[in-house]
Design a protein around this ligand. Structure first.
Ligand code: IPE
Ligand code: IPE
Ligand code: MG
Length: 228
């Protein structure tokens, strides 16, 4: 069984670069290149939703030079990839608060959303300025503004950035860290987690297929019991 929605915590770009005597920027560039391959493989396998953790709310703590580089890389990525993504029928979604991003970055993101808004082959979510806690608090504040008295799970989910999307079935984290780092906290309640030592720029199609095979061997119970 293939997952319907896969989330990626793309970690290890810096260590990948260090291991090669390159700069962290080179690592980020190599990591970005990889996104295209993962989208293509997913599309071939008919996996319909992908979420890439690209820049967390906490990543603003990084040196200004690195933050700037990552922002420029985003512009570069869309300038290069948007026509092809659109042709492939990918719909881009942004998860997160990009109000702190610069105007040129927001312009490119807007363009990507607008250009792909009618596509439906594969949904590609980029988590940018994203934090799971901030996302939950944002939903709570929206409810307070509306003076809502009661809310159920469905109503609450509709206030998250992933409104209307299935929860991730599988979350893959590269680079050997065994943590979630504030990604999709509410949505991953029953996600299967896959951790690999492989650094994100090296997480190629073969590695992805290994992760998917591992996923297919999992028994998901959602709190119930196995069907006999
Ligand atoms: C992931 O790689 C990319 C982002 C978080 C933007 P890192 O930059 O975190 O790489 P390491 O963890 O330092 O190796
Ligand atoms: C998680 O990676 C965030 C992204 C992949 C964007 P980090 O490198 O920021 O996570 P920590 O700091 O190791 O937890
Ligand atoms: Mg990291």
């Amino acid at each position: 069984m293939f997952p319907e929605h896969v989330g990626f915590i793309m970690d290890g770009n810096g260590r990948w670069a260090k291991g090669r005597g390159l700069s962290r920027s080179d690592g980020h560039r190599a990591g970005t290149e990889n996104i295209r391959n993962i989208i293509q493989t997913s599309k071939d396998l008919k996996i319909r939703y992908l979420s890439f953790y690209a820049f967390s709310t906490e990543n603003f703590k990084r040196p200004l030079q690195e933050v700037r580089f990552l922002m420029n890389l985003l512009i570069e990525f869309f300038n290069k990839e948007l026509p092809e993504l659109n042709k492939e029928g990918a719909r881009i979604h942004i998860l997160g608060d990009v109000s702190l991003f610069s105007a040129p970055v927001r312009f490119v993101l807007e363009k990507a959303l607008e250009t792909t808004k009618n596509n439906n082959e594969i949904h590609v979510c980029l988590a940018l300025g994203y934090g799971g806690r901030a996302e939950i608090l944002r939903a709570v504040n929206l409810l307070l503004e509306k003076e809502t008295k009661h809310v159920d799970e469905k109503d609450f989910k509709d206030l998250l950035y992933t409104a209307g999307m299935p929860d991730p079935d599988l979350i893959i984290r590269t680079s050997g860290e065994h943590r979630i780092s504030n990604f999709l906290l509410f949505q991953m309640a029953y996600s299967e987690l896959y951790f690999t030592q492989v650094l994100w720029p090296d997480f190629d199609k073969d590695q992805y297929l290994i992760a998917l095979e591992d996923f297919s061997s999992r028994k998901r119970r959602f709190g119930g019991v196995d069907d006999e």
